[in-house]
Design a protein around this ligand. Structure first.
Ligand code: AMP
Length: 419
């Protein structure tokens, strides 16, 4: 079923053609007809499924149909959990609306940057706003906009909005919206808070569940390479050079590790930058733009970057430190293998993190082959680590530092095994 069969306007079809989207993804196929008819939609869809297009086209089509000369009022509000997602979703809506005449104004607002320029840009109104909840509330408190004319609401990554603690902001915003409106609700998972919100928010929604279908399931090769904690940076350098990896997103556990690994890679003449929450918004935007434009080869990120980011043609993700949870593992490796491309996800595993990787594998029903790279073989583990005691002190994985008692127990085992 081609895009032309949805009854989209010529300007929108042209934009879809510009993007070379030849056919709709499953979530678009399922959500577009209902959303274009003005129905509420409740979609269970992951980032990477094409969900942005699934809600962006209906917003744009409806606003395009307004009589020309209608005043510029905020009619479509998209709430997203993170700054990066706001920028990404806003840009996608702008590009899909590029051929509309008269043009629609799409405002992107998020926190972490000065509010004044955002307020200035809102003068004269806006048609569509993509916002993080906290900054939207700030803007409302400054009387920079009104929600009284919002006719379409999108909640994108609703589960993540709750994960990040936006429940209170959400209810404040929802209370300010007109009752009569269309709601498009997208979430990857449906924990109780998200289900309750969906039940209270949506009216007779069309439910869309897009499982990973064989033809669209991400084509990600998952690998686990055994290496000592202290040799991971050298191994990373080696793998990047030996495999000629063009672009790599590396996940670490701490901001400090992000800085340190990026620094060491630069010393190894690899163009690398850290990406974490302590950087200014300007720097983060710059790093992402450079990475997307291939001016930067490696980004070393904390989990700030794990969700929502859409970097086309990202062939490799490396878990330098394992993620804390099995869910984070999915989000991290989901940065590669997007929209039908192939990807590789490499996890470094040391004696200290071996048990944690087994837990992740168990919860995903995975069984990854443990590989070793010549020249980087791990030293045989000592009994303390076999006990599952984290002696690395790297803070990279779930676990605890060994207590005095742990150390004594480990020493006792070591003595016994030597006998
Ligand atoms: P999303 O799930 O919205 O984050 O989208 C993931 C990626 O899929 C983005 O890079 C989109 O540009 C891309 N995409 C969206 N719709 C299509 C389509 N119909 N065909 C190919 N790629 C698409």
């Amino acid at each position: 079923m081609p895009f032309s069969s949805f009854g989209l306007s010529p300007a929108l079809l042209l934009a879809v053609a510009d993007k070379a989207y030849s056919r709709p993804t499953p979530v678009q196929l399922a959500a577009l007809p209902a959303a274009l008819q003005g129905r509420d939609v409740l979609a269970s869809a992951q980032t990477g499924s094409g969900k942005t297009v699934a809600f962006a086209l209906p917003l744009l089509q409806r606003l395009e149909q307004l009589a020309p000369g209608t005043p510029r009022l905020l009619r479509a509000l998209v709430l997203v959990p993170t700054r990066e997602l706001a920028a990404q979703v806003g840009e996608e809506i702008r590009s899909l609306g590029a051929h509309l005449s008269p043009p629609l104004k799409v405002s992107i607002v998020f926190g972490g940057v000065s509010i004044n320029p955002q307020m200035l840009r809102l003068r004269g109104g806006t048609d569509i706003m993509v916002a993080t909840p906290g900054r939207l509330i700030d803007l409302l408190e400054h009387n920079a906009l009104t929600l009284a004319n919002v006719a379409m609401l999108v909640l994108d990554e609703a589960d993540r909005l709750f994960d990040l603690g936006f429940a209170e902001e959400l209810s404040r915003i929802l209370a300010l919206l007109p009752a009569q409106r269309q709601n498009l609700f997208f979430s990857a998972t449906f924990p109780p808070a998200v289900q309750t919100l969906a039940q209270t928010l949506l009216r007779d929604p069309v439910r869309v569940t897009v499982g990973p279908e064989p033809e669209t399931a991400p084509d990600i090769v998952q690998r686990a390479i055994e290496v000592d904690v202290g040799r991971r940076t050298q191994l990373l350098l080696h793998l990047i050079k030996q495999n000629h990896w063009s672009r790599v997103l590396v996940f670490v556990a701490t901001k400090h590790a992000a800085e340190m690994v990026a620094d060491k890679l630069r010393k190894g003449r690899i163009n690398a930058e850290p990406f974490h929450g302590n950087l200014s918004q300007g720097k983060r935007t710059q790093v992402l733009a450079d990475f997307k434009a291939s001016r930067l080869k490696v980004v070393i990120a904390t989990d700030v970057a794990a969700r929502g980011l859409d970097i086309a043609q990202l062939p490799v993700v490396v878990n330098y430190d394992l993620p804390r949870s099995a869910l984070d593992y999915t989000h991290r490796i989901g940065r590669t293998g997007r929209a039908g491309e192939r990807g590789i996800a490499v996890s470094f595993v040391s004696a200290e993190s071996a048990a944690h990787l087994r837990l992740i594998e168990k919860s995903h029903g995975l069984s990854l082959l443990r590989e070793q790279v010549a020249g980087f073989e791990p030293t045989p583990s000592d009994p303390a680590t076999e006990l599952g005691v984290d002696t690395s002190g790297n803070g990279g994985i779930k676990g605890r530092r060994p207590s005095k008692k742990d150390k004594l127990r480990a020493a006792a085992v070591a003595i016994q095994t030597r006998r």
